[in-house]
Design a protein around this ligand. Structure first.
Ligand code: ZN
Ligand code: ZN
Length: 415
């Protein structure tokens, strides 16, 4: 796709990338497209285009899920307190059935950081927890890669305004789409080929890290002095190395990270976020955590501390970390300013996650029971929230079993 391609051509190329590289849709497979926070009229053109492309690629049935951001806001504002923990169980059961059949799941995200502005945190927390509890089995199947899934973004007016507050509505929207197309390599002459090369490069880093078998990582940056122990048998994964019935899929578009898991009880020190975090219709900024033997023992945020508290207080596991991810500062996703969408921002910078760890990050994890995973130091929680700690000032060393220190990152870049 050349730089002179029209918007329609680029959008078609992008939708095709999400289907072919993202979920790697196979003939005869069902596709579920879901969108939760975007206005239904803004997501509709992309849903329709994607539905057509999916059938052209041989989909059996395409099932768009028409959720609407404003309707979600209205419910959070006006529904009685007791109703906020109600869940549509038929829908959860249907998703589980589709997962068992190996259907493909594609989420279109279009965050509106102000969607739930002014709504009491307790109401949001009640609804989020009820939903997370009901969706626990499906979330586990997703994190074990039991079905192919991917997440891609679409530009909406609200998000565009947040990312480009000085531009007119139409200019902001155009600028955000341009950014999405650059970050996802749609502006390259052959986007799929560019992705194959990128994934090969990610694999080089994965292989290197998996050979080194570091027992500990040392992080140093302004406001950060942290050690993260890596459990025995940990695996670095990323770049869609994940095969589902022999078909590789790429869970996030873009994806620039290689990631693993911390040993549940092995994180110590202080860590500070370097970018604002868009979370559940609000913003969290200036996060500082203090960890002792893996547990978050103190925390603060300069904005959205209530929301941070609600994450950390989700359950026992959300007092621990579940992911450690490395992303170099020259990622095409990184423009130097946040775009207020974790899908992009987490691929612009090194990050860690509060909460659940991915079973794929430990040898044999996919087939372990929850108790076996826990025994291997894999953290369990209903929460999994990434926040960015990378910057041009971040240095990371790896420590080997013999105690030798090897530079992994210097000034935010692979050493
Ligand atoms: Zn990540
Ligand atoms: Zn994550």
């Amino acid at each position: 796709m050349s730089a002179t391609a029209s918007f329609e051509e680029q959008l078609e190329s992008y939708v095709t990338l999400l289907l072919r590289l993202g979920v790697n849709l196979q003939p005869g497979q069902n596709l579920i497209i879901n969108s939760t926070s975007a206005p239904v009229e803004e997501v509709a053109p992309v849903m329709r285009l994607m539905t057509r492309k999916a059938y052209e690629l041989g989909a059996r049935n395409v099932y768009p899920q028409w959720d609407d951001g404003e309707i979600a806001r209205t419910r959070m504002l006006l529904a009685p307190d007791a109703a906020l923990s109600d869940v549509q169980l038929w829908r959860v059961n249907w998703l589980e059935e589709q997962s068992e059949q190996g259907s493909a799941f594609l989420s279109l995200v279009a965050p509106d950081p102000d969607l739930f502005a002014g709504i009491a945190t307790e109401r949001l927390t009640t609804a989020r927890r009820a939903n997370a509890r009901a969706m626990a089995r499906f979330a586990e199947a997703t994190s074990k890669l039991a079905h192919p899934w991917s997440v891609g973004a679409i530009a909406t007016r609200a998000w565009a305004h947040k990312a480009h507050p000085d531009l007119s509505e139409s200019d902001a929207l155009a600028a955000l789409w341009r950014y999405i197309f650059t970050a996802t390599r749609i502006d390259r002459p052959d986007p799929l080929q560019a992705w194959r090369e990128h994934i090969t490069q990610l694999k080089t880093h994965l292989d290197d890290l998996n050979r080194q078998r570091f027992t500990r990582l040392h992080y140093r940056a302004p406001g950060t002095e942290l050690t993260i122990d890596l459990p025995a048998g940990h695996l670095w994964v990323g770049g869609g190395a994940n095969a589902y019935k022999g078909n590789t899929f790429v869970p996030n578009i873009p994806t620039e990270e290689v990631f693993s898991l911390p040993a549940r009880g092995g994180v110590n020190g202080e860590v500070s976020s370097t970018m604002p975090l868009e979370y559940n219709g609000g913003m969290i900024e200036g996060i500082r955590l203090t960890l002792q033997d893996g547990r978050i023992v103190a925390y603060s945020a300069t904005r959205g501390e209530d929301a941070l508290k609600s994450i950390i207080e989700t359950d026992e596991g959300s007092h621990y970390l579940g992911e450690v991810a490395l992303v170099p500062n020259d990622s095409p996703v990184n423009t130097g300013t946040p775009v207020y969408n974790t899908l992009f921002d987490e691929n612009a910078a090194c990050h860690i996650a509060i909460g659940r760890a991915y079973p794929i990050c430990i040898e044999g994890g996919e087939t372990m029971t929850p108790d076996e995973l826990a025994a291997h130091g894999v953290n369990r929680s209903d929460a999994h929230v990434d926040f960015m700690i990378g910057s041009a000032e971040l240095d990371i060393d790896g420590e080997t079993a013999s105690g030798a220190r090897v530079p992994v990152f210097r000034h935010g870049m692979w050493a």
